[in-house]
Design a binder for this molecule. Structure first.
Ligand code: 6MZ
Length: 362
C-alpha cells in the first residue's frame, strides 16, 4: 500500500468500534474470557473469520459491544483508531459512533461521548484538531497547521470531527437524546448525525422527528441508505435530502435517477460491500456507474477493523477494479473536501494541503 502512503486522504465513513484493531479486540476478548464474562473460544472464531454475511457482521458488532462497554476501553479504542488513520496520512477524519447506555457500569450516552473525547485528547503520535475553529479561540488545544515545523521537527496534524450515530434498534426518544447530546457537544467537534445499525431492523420513520430536529438545529445528516432492498425507505430517505448517504447498494433504476438528480454525495465502502455480500463483486459495483456520471463520491473504509482494510487499501481496490490512475484517485479525494461536515476554514486548509501534495504527485 506504499503507493498511497504519501497521498493525503480524507475518511468520512468510519464507525469507531468497527475500526477497532484486531489485536486490541483479541486482547480485550481474552481478558474477559479469563474473568469468565465470555467464552473466549466462541469469540476467537468469530473475530478471526474473514468473510461474514451482513447478519454475521451484526452478530460480531454485538460481541464487540460486549468487550467495549467500559469508559477506559472506549478511550483506548478512540486513541488507537485515530493514530491508525493518521499513520496512513488521513488528514481529515469524520469518526462516527453510537453513544451507549449501560446502567450496570454507570455509562450513559454523555459519559460514553466524554470517554471518546478523552481518547481524542490522548492521541500522541500526531496533533489533533477536533474543535470547530469558532469554538477553540484561545484554547490550548488550538494546534498549529499541518506539517508545521516546530523546533526543527515536523509534526503531522489530523482534523477529527465526530458524528453521533442513531442505531436502528433505538426508540424515537433515544434518537432525540442523541441529537440533544450532539447539540450540547458541538464545541467539542460533534458536527452531525448518522443513522446506522442493522438495516433490516426498525422503521426509518421512527427517527425522522429526531433527524428533522437535528437538521433544523444545523447539524449535518448522513444516512445509511439502501444496504438492503427497500425501495419505499430509499425514496423517503432521498426525499429527506440528507447532506450525504452511505452505501447506496440496493438501488433500482428509479432510485438511481432520484439520487443522481439530487446530487447527494455517496460514501462508498468497497471492501465492506463485498465482504457482506451486499454487492456480489467489484465488476458490478455501482461505483463505476456513479463515477462515470460524475456523481459526488468518496471512498471510505466503513469498519477497518472488522473488514481488515484501510483507506489506502480502498484506493488500491478502486484503482485496480475501475482502472483509475493515481491522479484520478487524488482528484476523487480532493473533490470530497467539498462535502465534508466542517467549516470553510477547515476546507480552505485542506485544499491547501491537497494543492501542495498535487505538485509532488507524479
Ligand atoms: C450499518 C453499521 C455498519 O457505533 O459502536 N455499523 N451500520 N451498516 C454497516 N455496514 C456494515 N457498520 C457499522 O460502531 C459500530 C456500530 O456501527 C454500526 C452498527 O450499529 C455497529 O454496531 P459504534 O462505534
Amino acid at each position: 500500500m506504499e503507493k498511497w502512503g504519501s497521498m493525503p486522504k480524507v475518511e468520512l465513513h468510519a464507525h469507531l468500534n468497527g475500526s477497532i484493531r484486531d489485536s486490541t479486540l483479541l486482547e480485550l476478548a481474552r481478558g474477559l474470557g479469563e474473568k469468565g464474562v465470555i467464552v473466549f473460544s466462541d469469540f476467537e472464531h468469530v473475530i478471526l473469520k474473514d468473510d461474514r454475511s451482513l447478519t454475521e457482521v451484526f452478530r460480531l458488532f454485538d460481541l464487540i459491544h460486549i468487550v467495549t462497554t467500559d469508559h477506559k476501553i472506549i478511550t483506548r479504542i478512540t486513541k488507537e483508531v485515530i493514530e491508525d488513520f493518521a499513520s496512513e496520512n488521513v488528514v481529515y477524519l469524520e469518526l462516527r459512533t453510537t453513544p451507549k447506555k449501560n446502567n450496570s457500569i454507570g455509562m450513559n450516552k454523555r459519559s460514553y461521548l466524554e470517554a471518546v473525547l478523552e481518547g481524542i485528547q490522548a492521541v500522541s503520535t500526531v496533533d489533533v484538531d477536533f474543535r470547530p475553529h469558532n469554538a477553540d479561540v484561545g484554547s490550548p488545544r488550538n494546534s498549529p497547521p499541518i506539517n508545521d515545523t516546530c523546533n526543527g521537527s515536523t509534526r503531522k496534524k489530523i482534523y477529527v470531527r465526530l458524528l453521533l450515530s442513531i442505531d436502528r434498534r433505538e426508540t424515537t426518544a433515544a434518537a432525540m437524546e442523541t441529537v440533544n447530546l450532539a447539540l450540547e457537544m458541538r464545541d467539542f467537534g460533534v458536527v452531525g448525525i448518522d443513522l446506522s445499525g442493522n438495516p433490516i431492523v426498525g422503521e426509518w420513520t421512527t427517527y425522522l422527528p429526531a433527524l428533522k430536529f437535528a437538521r433544523e438545529q444545523g447539524l449535518y445528516i448522513t444516512l445509511h441508505c439502501g444496504e438492503v432492498p427497500n425501495p419505499k425507505e430509499i425514496h423517503s430517505m432521498l426525499d429527506f435530502l440528507p447532506q450525504r448517504i452511505g452505501h447506496a447498494c440496493c438501488f433500482e433504476e428509479a432510485e438511481w435517477e432520484k439520487l443522481k438528480s439530487s446530487n447527494i454525495p455517496v460514501e462508498i465502502c468497497l471492501t465492506s460491500n463485498i465482504r457482506t455480500n451486499t454487492i456480489p463483486s467489484l465488476d458490478v459495483h455501482h461505483f463505476a456507474d456513479l463515477y462515470n456520471a460524475k456523481h459526488p463520491l468518496v471512498l471510505c473504509t466503513d469498519d477497518s477493523g472488522v473488514f481488515s482494510t484501510s483507506v489506502s487499501n480502498e484506493y488500491n481496490l478502486a484503482a485496480s477494479a475501475f482502472g483509475l490512475g493515481r491522479r484520478q484517485i487524488f482528484e476523487l479525494t480532493t473533490n470530497a473536501v467539498e462535502f465534508i461536515f466542517a467549516d470553510d476554514g477547515v476546507k480552505r486548509e485542506l485544499k491547501e494541503i491537497f494543492s501542495s501534495a498535487e505538485q509532488k504527485l507524479d
